[in-house]
Design a protein around this ligand. Structure first.
Ligand SMILES: NC(=O)c1ccc[n+]([C@@H]2O[C@H](COP(=O)([O-])OP(=O)(O)OC[C@H]3O[C@@H](n4cnc5c(N)ncnc54)[C@H](OP(=O)(O)O)[C@@H]3O)[C@@H](O)[C@H]2O)c1
Length: 340
């Protein structure tokens, strides 16, 4: 099979396309013939050496993807050959991820795509889910509500910081599906149009000097939950718009690594800061996310493409290095690799 591999950390030029044997699934594992791969910031960060040292002699990058199960190991009941699936954490704790013609994963990490998803976009959609949608799910369930679904967030106002991002897009769609009023911040009218297409009820430019006033005007009692991509630089804004008892769920360090907190103001507001990292999330949180995200997909509440605020950018497998570079350079929307 063709596989994109690297054997040392570094710039995208360390990626090579090589021939490798098709892997065999061990007990409890499923083998998936990939159609589409979703590229996430974590892929280039891990490859560059920014977030981890080389854990295996050779790595195929890629946590996310979608394809068709073509073989399963003994004891697998979750999926069967022929199932169309979306993958999550495919390369977590393992050397070989999704940037290849086949990948073997623990069967629980291959999730059947609902039959209601249209055949034409099933694999595009499936490849966009893993990292962004599971992250968004955990962020949205960091407050008082442990599960998402119709009505679970009714009466809540959710602020999604950076709603034109991949995680932000998933957060908007999942929050809208769950009945929240959603405000999204963005940095340009074009990104505002994407957040609106995702379903955000209101859009505010976070760079405007009166961003907090703009959000307060939309939510006079404050927002109940903030999905935060840039906690350090947005701390003052978050505090200015948080309702009493609000949760700030932060999943990235965009914009800065050190957070300065007005301690008294924070505890006086009964604020909760909840961090999250997919790789260290409790298994039951991952399971809840996978179930709820799949349920949202089944009813068309999570979609991809520009009309849903997530423009897709396709690269052939041979150009995986360019796909990594595009994500690193801040491509707006979702970068996908076409395998088949
Ligand atoms: N903890 C985890 O498990 C986890 C999971 C997934 C992703 N992540 C991390 O989360 C980050 C985003 O991932 P992604 O795939 O969504 O990336 P993405 O598609 O590139 O989106 C990043 C978004 O962040 C926005 N942003 C940056 N600074 C902002 C600020 N000060 N205020 C509001 N928005 C701001 C950007 O908007 P503008 O361009 O308009 O500023 C952009 O829309 C990455 O750092 C990634 O590594 C972490």
């Amino acid at each position: 099979m063709r596989a994109v591999v690297y054997s040392e950390k570094g710039p995208s030029s360390v990626l090579r396309v090589e021939d490798r044997p098709i892997p065999e699934p061990a007990p409890g594992e499923a083998r998936v013939k990939l159609v589409r791969v979703g590229v996430n910031p974590t892929d280039w960060k891990a490859r560059s050496g920014a977030t981890s040292a080389m854990e295996f002699p050779e790595v195929v990058p890629g946590q996310d993807g979608a394809g068709v199960v073509d073989a399963v190991g003994s004891g697998v009941t979750e999926v069967a050959a022929g199932d169309q699936v979306w993958l999550y954490l495919a390369q977590h704790g393992r050397p070989y991820g999704t940037a290849a013609e086949y990948v073997v994963v623990p069967a629980a990490r291959a999730v059947r795509l609902p039959s209601t998803v249209s055949e034409t976009d099933a694999f595009d959609l499936g490849a966009c889910l893993g990292v962004p949608a599971v992250t968004a799910h955990r962020a949205l369930t960091s407050g008082e509500v442990p599960r998402l679904g119709p009505g679970t967030l009714s009466g809540s106002t959710v602020l999604v910081q950076g709603g034109a991002g991949a995680v932000g897009n998933a957060a908007i769609q999942l929050a809208v599906w769950s009945g929240a009023t959603v405000i999204s911040t963005v940095s340009s009218p074009e990104k505002g149009a994407l957040a609106t297409a995702a379903g955000a009820h209101h859009v505010v430019d976070y760079r405007a000097s009166d961003a907090a006033a703009g959000i307060r005007a939309l939510a006079p009692n404050g927002v109940d939950l903030i999905v935060e991509v840039a906690p350090a630089v947005n701390a003052a804004l978050d505090h200015a718009v948080a309702a009493n008892g609000a949760t700030i769920a932060f999943y990235a360090n965009n914009g800065g690594d050190r957070l300065s907190l007005e301690v008294r103001a924070a505890f006086a507001l009964n604020l909760r800061y909840q961090g999250l990292l997919l790789y260290t999330l409790a298994p039951e949180l991952l399971e809840a996310a996978v179930e709820d995200v799949t349920a949202a997909v089944a009813v068309g509440a999570v979609r991809v493409g520009e009309q849903s605020g997530l423009p897709l950018h396709h690269y052939p497998l041979e150009q995986t290095a360019a796909a990594h570079d595009a994500v690193e350079q801040g491509a707006v929307g979702k970068v996908l690799i076409d395998v088949a």
